[in-house]
Design a binder for this molecule. Structure first.
Ligand SMILES: Cc1cc2nc3c(=O)[nH]c(=O)nc-3n(C[C@H](O)[C@H](O)[C@H](O)COP(=O)(O)OP(=O)(O)OC[C@H]3O[C@@H](n4cnc5c(N)ncnc54)[C@H](O)[C@@H]3O)c2cc1C
Length: 440
């Protein structure tokens, strides 16, 4: 293989999805030399995944990023519906359903306008490490080996987490992903007669799926199954289409992917490297929707990275503030839902119907979970809520499992409040967190 010369920069971003591109822009705006690489070409970015992605409207009020242009919006959502056994309600969910390919390319263009340079067709093979610090990456481009030297590398390569997975164990970054930690997702777009469009955005609980308008005359739907079930989501998606759509329509796009739904990495930084996005498991716990939270995380990461580069200090201590601020805000919010998710994921249809009948999740809880990742049901509230249902159907095992998950969730919230200020204290904290996340 031919060997080409090295490229040098301050920050090297691996992965030009929405999140990596936003991060590149924000670091470049601080005057640092930023290169963003992706194994895909610019034209291929985003669109391979799914044609439409929901993103919270609030993101565009809170972050310095222009709301999607008319051409980038497939559909607008103000309220979503939730359909589960014994329950059907509407809840507030102000979102844009963006056309992911167009939106990703615009965010990348913003990064390039800020001075970042993009190199497509570059497949990262892993980190280069010297004296216990990441100093760049090895990559393949046009059939040849390339290496990049950077003061700081950020892994935003999605679920394959190519840099993270190449780090040595001494970095203390968790690399394992169990089949409880991801959903196998199948998603498709169907072209329907305009008379049957638009449709409300709907979450279907027992099916663990969703359906909604994509763009005029097109409906998207999809479904996830936990990795450990070994089930093929495509089969269930056909059943969902029959149930959710009044006319089936012609399938014009389909895709399969894994979506991580695990609690975030305990450590998001190590010497010379930061981890962000799906590579750090930062998506919302129940459905893995990641863009909104990951853009907030990117804003935090960019501030910390720019400061570290300006101080010429990319040590773990210098980058720690990113981990600290993320865990104190989002880790703490999501932890109880992650713990509960292990139980919910194993519910039988009958158990789902039972808990839905208890009214544990109404419109307010659903808005809070879906928008902010907050679920505040204490063990006591849970016990009160189950009292009526307890009389109707006696399910002590289920109630005990839920109560234990709820109690551990509360302990996790407290633990995340005490997330260490210094990397030296992470080992004990991580052991306690692993203990509380543990499920049978
Ligand atoms: C079907 C489906 C529907 C979804 N719906 C929603 C939704 O509605 N709302 C929502 O918020 N989230 C949704 N998600 C989740 C969302 O897509 C992710 O959470 C988010 O895009 C993660 O962003 P990321 O930048 O971390 O990774 P990605 O967007 O996956 O970007 C990673 C980039 O890294 C590149 N890359 C990978 N490996 C390498 C390598 N070795 N070398 C170089 N480049 C590499 C890839 O080409 C890619 O461009 C959905 C996911 C799927 C699969």
């Amino acid at each position: 293989m031919k060997k080409t010369k090295e490229d040098k920069c301050d920050a090297l971003i691996v992965g030009a999805g929405v999140v990596g591109s936003y991060l590149a822009r924000r670091i470049a705006e601080e005057g640092h030399k930023v290169i963003i690489v992706d194994k895909r070409s610019r034209a291929e970015l985003g669109g391979w995944k799914n044609s439409g992605h929901n993103i919270d409207k609030d993101v565009f009020k809170k972050l310095p990023v222009e709301p999607p242009a008319e051409s980038e919006i497939g559909a607008q959502v103000e309220y979503a519906e939730f359909r589960g056994p014994n329950t059907h309600f509407k809840f507030r969910l102000p979102m844009y359903n963006v056309r992911l390919g167009l939106f990703t390319r615009r965010i990348l263009d913003d990064a390039m306008d800020a001075g970042a340079s993009f190199q497509g067709g570059v497949e990262c093979l892993g980190a280069e490490i010297e004296d216990g610090c990441v100093v760049g990456i090895k990559a393949r481009k046009e059939g040849g080996d390339v290496s990049y030297r950077a003061k700081l590398v950020v892994d935003v390569s999605g679920i394959c987490a190519v840099v993270r997975n190449s780090l040595p164990d001494e970095f203390g970054i968790d690399k394992k992903m169990t089949p409880f930690d991801y959903l196998n997702v199948y998603s498709e777009d169907r072209k329907v007669d305009p008379a049957h469009w638009p449709v409300p955005f709907t979450y279907h609980s027992v099916m663990q799926g969703w359906s909604g308008s994509r763009r005029p005359g097109v409906i998207g739907l999809g479904l996830g199954r936990f990795g450990y079930t070994g089930e093929d989501p495509a089969e269930a998606c056909r059943a969902l289409a029959r149930q959710a759509l009044s006319v089936p329509g012609e399938v014009i796009f389909k895709t399969r992917a894994r979506v991580p739904v695990r609690h975030p990495l305990h450590k998001l930084a190590a010497p010379g490297v930061m981890i962000l996005g799906d590579a750090a498991y930062q998506g919302k716990p129940l459905n893995g929707e990641g863009l909104s939270v990951m853009l907030y995380a990117a804003e935090t990461a960019a501030g910390v990275a720019a400061r570290a580069l300006a101080n010429d200090d990319v040590s773990e201590e210098s980058l720690w503030d990113y981990s600290y601020r993320y865990q104190r805000k989002w880790g703490k919010r999501f932890a109880p839902i992650h713990r509960l998710r292990y139980e919910l994921s194993r519910f039988s249809k009958e158990e789902q119907a039972f808990t839905m009948g208890l009214g544990l999740y109404g419109p307010e809880e659903m808005s809070s979970i879906m928008l902010d990742g907050k679920l505040e049901i204490s063990a006591l509230q849970l016990a009160n809520k189950v009292r009526n249902g307890w009389k109707a159907i006696f399910k002590p095992d289920l109630v005990i499992r839920l109560a234990r998950a709820s109690l551990q969730g509360s302990k996790l919230t407290e633990l995340y409040r005490q997330y260490p200020r210094k990397p030296a204290d992470i080992t004990d904290w991580a052991a306690e967190a692993d203990h509380l996340f543990r499920h049978d």
